[in-house]
Design a protein around this ligand. Structure first.
Ligand code: T4K
Length: 400
């Protein structure tokens, strides 16, 4: 991130990597396949508006996720906004604060109040026990987030939503290829919204999908992503432009081919992190349920320093100085970002777990380009930094 003291502290001024190793490096897949798809797109002179690649990708994803409808969109943020609107949500919607800010923005953008709910400490997922206390006569829905690809307690959320006649929607931005009780994410709640952004496990450069088993909702979604057009010159409702283009869909068709390889590489790296980070005091690696499918895209660590040891932010500085671009996702929680901290200044009071977890999070790089040896090297930087403790923390504070 910055300071030469951190480099001096660990590697005598020479960073671990000559080039930056990032969280969120895109998985590129089979270039030749992508380029031949691209060539076919150019040849066809059909570049967007429900082209052949979009149609093929929609049907492949629907099949993979075992869901009736997959509506591709230009990104997950617009996908969330459209799904929220198609479900007629308004007033207040209950949502976790421990998420990427797009989840909250998708509500506030359309004048819906995001009512922030705390998460469970062990899973980082919305806590079903806290929801009922937040329901008011203005509440119309619950927006769960399958954070890190770990799937929400869908059963309990469904039960609460049904009891209070609320609509249940999921932000599944992280959860492509993940499962719960053997069921693929995609068919839970009224709809689920995936992100296919460059940094995601499965990418289309920019993009996303709304999936649902509800035929009427799917029809509405399709109208909404295309300005409300029901045919040439026939606009039947308000809509926007949420379409995915053919280049992005071609990338998606390419990414599908390497899905299992990427998942395997991520799983291998996650195990390597588990092995190398074992027994470091104050450090907990978030694990994924063994019986479920997960894409292991996020390697998430909670770090609570021992007295006088390097802080979480110093640990991130040290990693950055080594050219390991770790992230503090999703610090400090949406409720501490604008416009939420101004609009809802009291929200933090009911979010003690979110506040504590957000202060401890470190997300580490993974992906097929990273080998278990890289993982061991990154872990060794972390071990050195944490174990060096107060001495190193003092040198970081005083500088070179
Ligand atoms: N809901 C949730 C729970 C989400 O996490 C997200 C997005 C959304 C909704 C909304 O989805 P989209 O509307 O984006 O489809 C990044 C992504 O832009 C964002 O999609 C993602 N979540 C979020 C977790 O990460 P930033 O602000 O951290 O991006 P940035 O530019 O700092 O890049 C992240 C890392 O990836 C960097 O270390 C660099 C690396 N990178 C990035 C890009 C774009 C690359 O190596 N190559 C690249 O092409 O938000």
């Amino acid at each position: 991130m910055k300071d030469s003291a951190t480099q001096l502290a660990i590697h005598g001024g020479v960073p671990l990597y000559a080039e930056k190793v990032h969280v969120g490096r895109p998985n590129i897949g089979d270039r030749a396949h992508f380029l031949s798809r691209l060539d076919a797109v150019l040849q066809s002179k059909w570049l967007t508006n429900n082209g052949a690649c979009v149609q093929e990708l929609e049907s492949r994803i629907a099949q993979l996720l075992n869901v009736r409808h997959c509506v591709l969109v230009c990104n997950a943020t617009i996908g969330l906004e459209i799904a929220i609107r198609a479900l007629d949500l308004d007033g207040e919607v209950i949502v976790p604060s421990l998420t990427f800010v797009a989840t909250a923005h998708a509500l506030q953008w359309q004048q819906i109040t995001p009512v922030f709910c705390d998460v469970q400490a062990s899973s980082h997922l919305i806590d079903p026990d806290q929801i009922e206390a937040l329901i008011t006569p203005r509440t119309t829905g619950i927006l769960g987030v399958h954070l890190w690809g770990r799937v929400c307690d869908v059963e309990r959320l469904t039960e609460v939503a049904d009891r209070h006649r609320l609509k249940l929607l999921f932000d599944a931005a992280h959860a492509f290829g993940c499962s719960k009780a053997g069921r693929m994410v995609g068919g839970f709640g009224r709809a689920e919204v995936f992100s296919f952004h460059a940094t995601k496990f499965f990418n289309t450069f920019e993009g996303g999908a709304i999936t649902t088993n509800d035929d009427d909702l799917a029809k509405r979604l399709r109208l909404m992503i295309n300005f409300g057009f029901a045919g040439y010159d026939n606009v039947v409702q308000i809509g926007t432009n949420g379409k995915m283009n053919e280049v992005c869909a071609a990338m998606g068709l390419t990414s599908l081919l390497s899905l299992n390889d990427v998942m395997d590489a991520n799983r291998r790296n996650h195990s390597a992190y588990a092995e190398s980070l074992r027994d470091i005091p104050g450090l907990r690696l978030l694990t994924y349920p063994e019986a479920e499918r997960n894409n292991f895209q996020y390697v998430v660590v909670e770090y609570e320093p021992l007295a006088g040891g390097v802080t979480r932010d110093q640990l991130i500085d040290i990693l950055w100085a080594e050219n390991v671009i770790a992230r503090r996702y999703f610090h400090p929680g949406c409720h501490r970002m604008e416009p939420y901290r101004t609009l809802y200044p009291e929200a933090g009071r009911r979010l003690p777990v979110t506040e504590a977890v957000a202060a401890r999070l470190v997300v580490l790089p993974t992906g097929p380009d990273l080998t278990p040896m890289d993982v061991a090297a990154i872990a060794s930087v972390i071990r050195t930094a944490v174990l060096a403790g107060p001495g190193l923390a003092r040198s970081l504070r005083s500088g070179p």
